[in-house]
Design a protein around this ligand. Structure first.
Ligand SMILES: NC(=O)c1ccc[n+]([C@@H]2O[C@H](COP(=O)([O-])OP(=O)(O)OC[C@H]3O[C@@H](n4cnc5c(N)ncnc54)[C@H](O)[C@@H]3O)[C@@H](O)[C@H]2O)c1
Length: 261
């Protein structure tokens, strides 16, 4: 669907050089938003942004307070404010490993990327959102902590933290006209080469997940964009501190398994 729900709005999407972030940016742009793409992949984020109208790509490490502050200031001064922030940058940074083998600096990096960065970005976006009279923050969590994910202690811990932090942010910022909500995606097949899993490992993991899901396929980035656009739009004005779980119905038990022909 495309329309003009976001005409005149300015949206920041982190981790938008490719993957789900770029899809969210594309969909917001198609519906009229000016979009600012942030990513640590400097060349790729500038190149990806150049494919969208009314856009800006800014190389930025979202775990660095100074870089986040500079990027959001640049975005706000270019487009006159900030209305929507999608905290999408994240990831487990490495394949699953036993918790007793996780290097301490890896644990700290995963927490910084998946949890602290949300706080840094929200804090930096606040003045520009308040100058517009309110806004929308969408924090990307994961189904990982909800289903329980052995081998992913740091990542699942950080993503569960996203849910707690989202609820705190929602309580504090709701009175200022800023809705803060989260999305917990299930397994999503992003179109570029796998950074953490080989394609073969991904296919094996996917088959395992699909067997546990009501919807018998892996998700696509666009499946998550639908939820992002809903939370970015006025249709969700009465929602705060909630988590939309978009995971194909992972873990739903079915007494009627195999009955439907
Ligand atoms: N793919 C899945 O199955 C899945 C499932 C649940 C949740 N998620 C979450 O969805 C979000 C997007 O995932 P994706 O699969 O599109 O991942 P991805 O790895 O394709 O994209 C993540 C983007 O974040 C960027 N990034 C990494 N570190 C950064 C940093 N320090 N500063 C700025 N940018 C940085 C990367 O360069 C990349 O472009 C992440 O938060 C991820 O944890 C993904």
């Amino acid at each position: 669907m495309s329309g003009n729900r976001f005409e005149g709005k300015v949206a920041i999407i982190t981790g938008a050089a490719w993957g789900m972030g770029f899809q969210h940016a594309t969909r917001l742009s198609e519906e009229g938003a000016s979009v600012v793409l942030l990513d640590i992949q400097a060349e790729r984020v500038v190149d990806s942004a150049s494919k969208l109208p009314r856009s800006l790509g800014i190389p930025c490490d979202v775990t660095r307070a100074d870089q986040v502050a500079a990027a959001l200031e640049q975005a706000a001064s270019r487009f006159g404010g900030i209305d929507i922030l999608v905290n999408n940058a994240g990831g487990s940074l490495a394949a699953p490993r036993p918790l007793w083998e996780l290097p301490e600096d890896y644990y700290d990096r995963v927490l910084a990327l998946n949890l602290k960065a949300h706080w840094l970005c929200v804090r930096a976006a606040l003045p520009a959102m308040r100058s517009r009279g309110g806004g929308k923050v969408i924090n990307i969590a994961s189904f990982a902590p909800l289903i329980g994910s052995g081998g992913m202690a740091a990542y699942a811990g950080a993503k569960m933290g996203v849910i707690g932090q989202t609820r705190s942010m929602a309580a504090e910022l709701g009175p200022l006209g800023i809705n803060v909500n989260a999305i917990a995606p299930g397994l999503i097949d992003v179109p570029h080469e796998k950074v953490v899993f080989s394609r073969e490992d991904f296919e094996k993991t996917a088959a395992d997940h699909i067997a546990r899901q009501a919807i018998k396929r892996v998700g696509t980035p666009n499946d998550i964009s639908g939820a992002v656009l809903y939370l970015a739009s006025s249709d969700s004005d009465f929602m705060a501190g909630q988590v939309l779980i978009v995971d194909g119905g992972h873990g739903l038990f079915n007494f009627a398994e195999g009955w439907a022909k």
